[in-house]
Design a protein around this ligand. Structure first.
Ligand code: UD1
Ligand code: UDP
Length: 351
């Protein structure tokens, strides 16, 4: 059986690392990795392949950045060519990026079966490019691997129950596996000077915060008023805007880091402030309270007990919720850490 895995953006490399490791245990499965080139800076792409031992992409389409339509169209053209040549049994796509929809659409047009990992997530905000990508991908895929029961229910509401399979969350598998490696290999003081528990960890990259400079400014003014250093490994999209933004010296901007360093920064921080989807969950997994710099979240399970607060870009709300409490207990919604095995077993039986 041949699987063509489509990746292109940072969070997809992390998810693919975990599935590729499982695929290696199935001798009857041959995986080819197609990298669209959506992310290309060494610290947004290459570092993940190296440190997570992801097999080198068989093909890198090197599409790079661009407007949504042009970028997606170029990926579609490139992926189609590869699929025609490679004739895989399955195309495997992750999440909700432009690489996801391009991979799914290319496969759908060629009648190749599509597996969508992290299906059934909805923000109900169609101004987000990710919401369009994930709805479209879910509706043209053949199997929808849902990370939570809530995702299963949302798929059922859209008439997709017969294609939905509860797998659990691949990112939970990832962090369970890599946190042990990070503990052995990474040291906080090799990354930053701050002491454990004495800094906030923040990331910002979503279109709603970067395209509206007043939102970005408001977020950084809130960071500036916090009573501890705020470590911000900053996505290149946001880094390019920082000349226009005012902030105080407690805000420490660093380049994006690899996944193992990120786990180390997360494990040692006081709380997390982010607009990232993946980081909201990882904060929950490692029991760090999170303040989400968006108007909604797809990961509603994390809101229970005050583990995650939705605050948007509003400075006062950010500061208020940084100081809010959370209960100690957490319920587990994200599977048993074996989502990747379930996904590959299903695909293997249904090739
Ligand atoms: C994409 C995803 C988003 C995901 C994020 C993960 C879409 C629509 N969005 O957003 O859902 O949360 O990846 O990180 O697919 N850039 C660089 N170097 C790089 C990559 C990007 O400088 O290696 C800069 C470019 O200026 C580019 C901008 O970042 O125009 C945005 O990159 P793009 O891949 O279009 O979207 P992301 O914001 O990364
Ligand atoms: N991440 C990382 N280095 C960084 C910032 C984030 O390894 O400097 C990881 C983070 O731990 C999570 C993933 O990247 O696993 C999230 O990706 P991102 O925030 O870019 O995308 P999203 O999840 O919002 O789609």
């Amino acid at each position: 059986m041949k699987i063509a895995t489509i990746v292109g953006a940072r969070p997809q490399f992390i998810k693919a690392a975990t599935l590729s490791r499982v695929i290696k245990n199935f001798t009857a499965i041959h995986e080819i990795i197609i990298h669209t080139g959506q992310h290309y800076d060494p610290n947004m792409s290459g570092i993940f392949f190296e440190e997570l031992n992801i097999p080198e992409p068989d093909i890198n389409l090197e599409i790079g950045s661009g407007n949504h339509g042009k970028q997606t169209a170029r990926m579609l053209e490139g992926i189609e060519e590869v699929l025609l040549r490679e004739k895989p049994d399955w195309v495997l796509v992750y999440g909700d990026t432009n690489s996801t929809i391009a991979g799914a659409l290319a496969a759908a047009k060629l009648n190749i079966k599509i597996a969508h990992v992290e299906a059934g997530l909805r923000s109900f905000n169609r101004s987000m490019p990710e919401e369009i990508n994930r709805i479209a991908t879910d509706h043209i895929s053949d199997v929808l691997f849902a990370p939570t029961q809530n995702a299963m229910q949302l798929l059922a509401k859209e008439g997709l129950a017969d294609k939905a399979v509860f797998s659990g969350d691949v990112m939970y598998d990832s962090i369970e596996y890599y946190k042990i490696i990070a503990e052995k290999k990474c040291f906080l003081h090799n990354i930053i000077k701050e002491e454990p528990g004495k800094y906030f960890l923040a990331t910002v990259h979503r279109q709603e915060n970067t395209d509206q400079i007043k939102n970005l400014q408001s977020i950084f003014l809130a960071f500036s008023e916090l009573d501890m250093p705020v470590i911000v490994p900053l996505h290149p999209r946001t880094l390019k805007l920082m000349d226009e933004i005012t902030y105080r010296s407690n805000v420490k901007i660093i380049n994006p880091v690899g996944y193992l360093d990120m786990i180390t920064l997360l494990s040692n921080c006081h709380k997390v402030l982010t607009d990232s989807g993946g980081l909201q969950k990882e904060a929950f997994f490692l029991k760090k309270p999170c303040i989400t710099l968006r108007e909604e979240t797809e990961w509603i399970e994390t809101l229970e007990g005050g583990w995650n607060y939705i605050v948007g870009a509003n400075k006062l709300k950010i500061i208020e919720k940084v100081n809010a409490n959370h209960v100690q207990e957490q319920k587990y919604y994200f599977g048993d850490g074996k989502a990747s095995e379930k996904i590959i077993e299903y695909m293997s039986k249904n090739a």
